[in-house]
Design a protein around this ligand. Structure first.
Ligand code: FRU
Length: 711
């Protein structure tokens, strides 16, 4: 009953908002128009390439590019032959805060390089705005407040024959342009619910309170019944009026279904889905990628992660947040960092400010400081990558954005993913930052806010750096530093708090789908505990996407080949999930395969195997074949192969099987293979066989694991 009346009210609001849309179109006339492309007259405009300097008829655009106003638009290629070039407006004086325009295009990924609208002052590009999505058409904006009074021109840059961009209604205003879908909400329930249509168009929204943009997000929406409901916790707005506004000039399908609610439809099924990994972290719903802000504080492991809480695609990133007291059982909280008009909250790390270096501590709780990158064109106005901070003064319960963000301005390329640690010898805070291509930068700081660049290092990796120090072969007198890159390549060396001296080549321990891994800051007993993102998801139908690896203990040992090597091995805490077990020693596997009398869905299998020269041992685990090949000294599974460091007939393997993955740790973790796999639910069989020669399983211990979601 209540829901029906809310829906009726919402419809009314929608009609009002449509009317508001018309009012808005009229308002354009009150603001200062730069171009609307409704007349054939393009006096003052110039072009460098082969793009037609003639407005394109709006009526000729296909129906999926709806929302442009008037009779003409500027079109750099859609439905035309391959065109490229730069179109420049005549000069005008900037006298308002924003330049707004309608925009669409087909260039999402390389938009900075290839295709965008931009503002040029004295021959220099000062702002640019690529189309965010294709389609829908959206209101784009560039914040030009810092250039008021200067002479500028508006350019449309299309540097690629494969791409196009369409622009219309360019005007100056002191307000962001409004889309035609808006509602006002008096926040008095726990959530706003959004109907999500998987594969639907991605509509961008902003939430405004007292005229300020407090949040931005993108929801996948479409006609008909939603696939599921995304939920936004609005308890922090309780009793306040907030406006939800889209950037889209056409009516959004499903917009009238957005409601406030105290419950989440379908929540009884969270964690009970048949595809849900049982001991790997996944978010309740929606997209997840890199682990972020991993930090231990006051008995809690804080696991944050890249999250789009409104759909199953990457899109605009928030920081999801979960906590655990044992690295095994997790409780998901609401997002710790949410995008506003500073942009998408890309990856980074977090620290405990143990000596109140930043001066942000208010009570007795040490401040937690989180570093993230405000990223690109996903928000309005669009921006370059810049480094920002959020902090918590209540032990990670609530998070605030630092008032003077960004703390590090754009440097170059795709600079992003700031990760911070404390350097005890130098008594400095250290930040590692990805710059571009294979380059990273190292900074140091006394106060966690002002940073000095001290070194640039090159290594075969990009994105998501991490730095940590480890005892070499458990010897506290022999400590080494590791510089880690997003793809899992790392270098070992010495680091004095300024310069990193790399010793030897880059190596890797992690194989398969393991990306953007990060270690926890401030972990007890100098532990280095790492989590990676398993960057392929094997069940396309689920309402949650992607999983993180289990937590692994990282150590540094001299490898059998004599070089310093990282070892990755499941943290001891994982053993708390073990239930039923089965063991046998000295099993010989010959012509007849060996089938243990043990079946389970979730498995922790430990084996010491002995395979003679030329022999091959096949371990078929719930239908998936893992092969040890003595000649190659390799382990392979599903076309992934790793060469082992330990030579000889004895090899030790630990294999963890969850619903959506197999992870294999070889010889205590000298090599680790991470494989997202849609495990066959019915098949519980284990089978060992050989080819080439006989083999022996010297020791076999198999455990069934409990679910970590069970209370
Ligand atoms: C790595 C990455 C990071 C970036 C984040 C965005 O997977 O591309 O470089 O910060 O994902 O979600």
């Amino acid at each position: 009953m209540e829901i029906m009346s809310i829906i009726k009210k919402m419809r009314l609001l929608l009609i009002i908002s449509v009317l508001a849309g018309f009012v808005h179109s009229c308002q354009i006339k009150d603001t200062e128009s730069i171009a609307d492309f409704d007349s054939e007259n393009m006096d003052g405009w110039t072009t460098t390439g082969d793009i037609n300097l003639k407005p394109f008829k709006t009526e000729l655009l296909p129906s999926d590019i709806a929302g442009f106003e008037g009779t003409g638009v500027l079109n750099t290629g859609h439905n035309q032959v391959e065109k490229m070039g730069i179109i420049t407006s005549s000069e005008f004086t900037i006298n308002k805060k924003y330049i707004n325009f309608l925009i669409t295009g087909n260039n999402r990924c390389n938009a900075e390089k290839n295709c965008h609208a931009r503002i040029v002052i004295n021959g220099k590009v000062v702002k640019y705005a690529p189309p965010t999505r294709f389609p829908p058409v959206e209101w784009g904006t560039m914040d030009v407040s810092e250039f008021i009074g200067q002479t500028a021109s508006f350019e449309i840059f299309d540097n690629s024959k494969k791409h196009f961009i369409i622009i219309d209604q360019i005007y100056q205003s002191n307000k962001l342009a409004l889309g035609n879908n808006q509602i006002s909400i008096l926040a008095n329930k726990k959530f706003i619910l959004f109907p999500v249509t998987k594969g639907g168009r991605q509509y961008r929204f902003r939430l405004e309170k007292d005229g300020d943009v407090t949040e931005q997000f993108v929801v996948e929406m479409g006609e008909g019944e939603p696939d599921y409901w995304a939920f936004k916790d609005i308890s922090n707005y309780k009793g306040k009026k907030v406006n939800l506004i889209s950037y889209c000039p056409t009516l959004i399908p499903g917009f009238d279904k957005i409601i406030q609610s105290n419950t989440i439809p379908g929540k009884e099924l969270f964690y009970k889905e048949k595809e849900r990994p049982q001991f790997h972290f996944t978010s309740k719903t929606d997209w997840l990628n890199d682990p972020n802000g991993l930090v231990y504080s006051e008995g809690q492991w804080h696991l944050m992660y890249q999250h789009n809480p409104y759909g199953v695609i990457g899109s605009l990133k928030h920081w999801g947040h979960a906590v655990s007291s044992d690295l095994v059982h997790w409780v998901e909280r609401t997002s710790s960092v949410v995008p506003d008009d500073l942009g998408s909250n890309h990856s980074g790390g977090a620290v405990v400010d143990f000596n109140n270096s930043a001066g942000l501590q208010t009570g007795k709780d040490k401040t937690l400081v989180a570093y993230w990158t405000s990223a690109r064109h996903f928000t309005t106005p669009s921006i370059h990558f810049r480094q920002c901070i959020s902090f918590s003064t209540d032990g990670g319960q609530t998070w605030n954005k630092y008032a003077n963000n960004p703390i590090i301005d754009f440097i170059e390329g795709r600079n992003r993913d700031p990760n911070v640690i404390w350097h005890e010898d130098a008594k400095k805070w250290i930040m590692s930052l990805f710059l571009d291509n294979n380059m990273y930068a190292i900074f140091n700081s006394d106060n966690l806010i002002d940073w000095t660049l001290t070194d640039r290092i090159k290594m075969p990796a990009n994105e998501c750096p991490d730095m940590f120090q480890l005892n070499m072969d458990e010897d506290p007198e022999k400590r080494k530093w590791i510089f880690w890159g997003g793809n899992g390549n790392y270098v070992v060396g010495n680091f004095d708090g300024e310069k990193f001296d790399i010793e030897g080549e880059a190596h890797r321990t992690h194989f398969g789908q393991h990306y953007a891994a990060m270690t926890y800051n401030n972990a007890p007993n100098n532990r280095i505990v790492q989590v990676g993102w398993l960057n392929k998801w094997p069940f396309p139908e689920t309402n949650f996407r992607m999983q993180l690896s289990i937590s692994n203990e990282i150590t540094l040992k001299t490898s059998p080949e004599g070089f310093p090597t990282l070892y990755a091995y499941p943290v001891k805490e994982m053993e708390s999930l073990r239930t039923n077990s089965w063991s046998e020693n000295n099993i010989s596997v010959g012509k007849q395969s060996f089938i243990p009398d043990f079946e389970a869905e979730l498995i922790d299998l430990n084996a010491i195997v002995k395979v003679k020269k030329g022999g091959i041992l096949k371990m078929k685990i719930r239908g998936e074949e893992i092969i040890y090949n003595r000649k190659e000294n390799s382990i392979s599974c599903k076309k992934n192969k790793v060469n082992l460091l330990t030579k000889g007939e004895i090899q030790e393997l630990r294999i963890l099987v969850d619903r959506a993955s197999i992870e294999i740790f070889c010889n205590g973790g000298e090599k680790a293979l991470f494989l997202p796999i849609a495990m066959n639910r019915e098949n519980r069989k284990l089978e060992f066989s050989t080819s080439g020669s006989t083999a022996e399983i010297k020791q076999l211990d198999i455990y069934e694991l409990k679910s970590s979601w069970e209370k």
